[in-house]
Design a binder for this molecule. Structure first.
Ligand SMILES: O=C(O)CCC(=O)C(=O)O
Length: 290
């Protein structure tokens, strides 16, 4: 007997085709893997970074500021004061070798890489692409002069690492928007928006989502009542997002091999991280020996 037509599948397929290069799966993360990631997050010590430093001071008209949220990086740490990874020119002294992914994240990365290799080809999938970088963003409220201030948002930006970018969301859902312009005075046109649920995967790549549009986190819900790890004295986390990216391995630099200026600027961060991490202690010791 012939099977009935599979309407569900073809509708899902059509939905995917409406936004080629952008994939969303609300139930990507199995419960046991989610629990393992939360366990790993519980023992993490995120870092508060300042945007600028002695050798990379604020441009005229701008002043020093702390980032809106604490962060953690795996694979390589792109310190804000080193101005992140910005090819083609900003590739040296930007990505400082950091801890490897824990096994539970490596398992998710293997699944995402397989999917990405099916979705992207040619110029959208650079030679050597693999997800070797992870930024862990904590969204919530920070303590400022005795008051809790909600800082759960991210302004328009692009992720400059080449090739597809994958993001895993945990906790409260967040509204991400892809917009065509963020020039002051110009109205942004929202070309895609998506609520990112607890346990969801978002994968995007190609010129449309990486080059022609900016993305931003417009708001993070409060309705779920999520309280996310780790406990921090000055930050209450209700959502965590992990973005996985690719930095060519030649641009990932051990601390000991950074320029003297970059080393001076990030040394205090390395020392803070080393308090809880054998990896960062070893990196500092290696530098002391050279
Ligand atoms: O939190 C998110 O969902 C997006 C984070 C983001 O845009 C980024 O890390 O570049």
């Amino acid at each position: 007997m012939a099977s009935p037509p599979r309407h569900g599948r073809s509708l899902a397929h059509k939905a995917r085709q409406r936004t080629p290069g952008h994939h969303y799966n609300a139930s990507f993360l199995p419960a046991a893997e989610r629990a393992a990631i939360l366990g790993w997050l519980g023992q993490l010590h995120p870092l508060w970074e300042e945007r600028y430093s002695k050798h990379f001071p604020p441009p005229p008209g701008q002043s020093q500021r702390r980032l809106l949220r604490p962060v953690y990086w795996l694979g390589n740490w792109q310190f804000a004061c080193l101005d992140y990874y910005r090819p083609p020119k900003g590739v040296k002294n930007r990505c400082v070798k950091a801890e490897p992914f824990p096994a539970v994240l490596q398992r998710q990365v293997a699944k995402v890489e397989e999917l990405a290799r099916r979705m992207f080809r040619g110029p959208d999938m650079p030679e050597g692409w693999h997800l070797n970088t992870c930024l862990v963003n904590f969204y919530g409220s920070r303590l400022e002069d005795g008051q809790w201030v909600d800082t759960a948002r991210v302004g328009e930006h692009k992720d400059f690492e080449p090739g597809p970018v994958a993001s895993l969301s945990l906790g409260e859902r967040a509204l991400i928007q892809f917009v065509t312009s963020s020039r002051p005075g110009e109205r942004d046109e929202v070309v895609l928006e998506q609520w990112l649920d607890d346990g969801a995967l978002q994968l995007f790549g190609g010129a449309r989502w990486k080059e022609q549009t900016f993305h931003r986190v417009q708001r993070v819900d409060t309705r779920g009542g999520h309280v996310m790890p780790p406990e921090m004295p000055d930050f209450k986390t209700r959502r965590i997002n992990l973005t996985f990216r690719y930095v060519p391995d030649v641009h990932v630099t051990p601390f000991a091999q950074l320029s003297p200026e970059a080393r001076e600027d990030v040394r205090p961060y390395m020392e803070t991280l080393a308090r809880h991490s054998a990896f960062f202690r070893a990196e500092l010791e290696r530098e002391a020996r050279t």
